[in-house]
Ligand binder design. Structure first.
Ligand code: IPM
Ligand code: MG
Length: 362
């Protein structure tokens, strides 16, 4: 089959990890007879440098007419001036918003061969396999007012955590549908003991739950959830939460899987179904890691696993998605490790070699 994929490598280690993910995609194409047409575009800091904006209209247009978008990472010290009028991250937020990608799926799965490479006791992390559904186009990231100004008493800044019921309802549905397809247990994470937006969140989630009598719903406060993640991560199966909470909790959760370099993500505009073929954005959850950039060090697995999610959720190529995951598993079984998941008696490899090893094993 023929597919067009927009590739936005971005900044820092982004081009390196995206490059390896593309190699794996090409290897899928060769093995299974698919034709992936790649359209490259700038996003983030490189786009600011080349076009004066973090996301140009041309790139957005390319993304809109593609079957899926693969993204590396954005940001870096070069563009970090707090007074700058535009930031690399604006490009990513604008892309998510413009495409209505409100549902961010972040699976947290420990590859068995990495059980001894995490900072936690193996018996705590053994068998973890859950998914965080992060609301991606609302909440604290997008609420208005959002600004900084000077008052007679000094500088002041405000961000706004705002939700309307429609936004909560649609993300809750994604959570319930996923829960229904798994262990029929959904944890909704909020801060309803303090925040008004969380009280609305909780009410709407309860209302939506009426349509899912087969799914067991539990509410968890976000601080307790942060604790639970480390204390007993196997307790979790599907959780659904606000944008910022999800951002923070998934960085924490990545350590259960060994490293930030292991967690992929899919950003979708609706409920994913077994054979959905809708446009999605696929990116690792990690950032641009500027200190590692250009050193052939970064772990490309998070981006490669994002390709697996793309094959599944946007292209309907489930068998191919499984092949990519198995190839990752195989490379880990054969004891190849990037620096972030390095273990005794393993072979340390760089970004390129890890990518090549996985591509060969597809
Ligand atoms: C993520 C990243 C982004 C976010 C940044 C780069 C804007 O941290 O995808 O988790 O906060 O959403
Ligand atoms: Mg993040």
């Amino acid at each position: 089959m023929k597919f067009s994929i927009a590739v936005l490598p971005g900044d820092g280690v982004g081009p390196e990890v995206a490059g390896e993910a593309v190699n794996v995609l090409k290897s899928v194409g060769a093995k299974y007879g698919h034709d992936f047409k790649l359209d490259y575009g700038d996003i983030g800091g490189i786009s600011i440098d080349n076009h004066g904006t973090a996301l140009s209209k041309d790139v957005l247009k390319i993304c809109k007419k593609s079957d899926a978008i693969l993204l590396g990472a954005v940001g870096g010290p070069k563009w970090d001036d707090p007074n700058a009028s535009v930031r690399p991250e604006d490009g990513l937020l604008a892309l998510r918003k413009a495409l209505g990608l409100f549902a961010n799926l972040r699976p947290v799965k420990l590859f068995p061969f990495l059980r001894d490479s995490t900072n936690l006791k193996p018996e705590v992390v053994d068998g973890i396999d859950f998914i965080c559904v992060r609301e991606l186009t609302g909440g604290l990231y997008f609420g208005k007012p959002k600004r900084q100004w000077t008052t007679t008493k000094g500088r002041r800044a405000v961000d706004t955590m705002a939700y309307n019921e429609h936004e909560v309802e649609r993300i809750a549905k994604v959570g319930f549908e996923l829960a229904r397809s798994r262990k029929k247990k959904l944890i909704s994470v909020d801060k309803a003991n303090v925040l008004e937006s969380s009280r609305l969140w909780r009410q709407v989630v309860i209302e939506v739950s009426a349509n899912y009598p087969d799914v067991d719903l539990e509410h968890m406060l976000v601080d307790a959830c942060a604790m639970r993640l480390i204390q007993n991560p196997r307790y979790l199966d599907v959780m659904v939460t606000e944008n910022t909470f999800g951002d923070i909790l998934t960085d924490e959760a990545s350590m259960l899987a060994g490293s930030m370099g292991m967690l992929p993500s899919a950003s979708l505009a609706g409920v994913p179904t077994a054979d959905s073929h809708s446009l999605g954005l696929y990116e690792p959850i990690h950032g641009s890691a500027p200190r590692r950039a250009g050193l052939d060090m970064a772990n490309p697995i998070a981006t490669i696993l994002s390709v697996a999610m793309m094959l599944c959720y946007s292209l309907g190529l489930n068998k191919e998605a499984v092949a990519v995951e198995s190839a990752v598993d195989k490379a880990l079984e054969e004891k190849y490790r990037t620096y972030d998941i390095m273990q005794e008696s393993c072979t340390k490899v760089g970004t390129k070699q890890m990518g090549a090893l996985i591509a060969e094993r597809v």
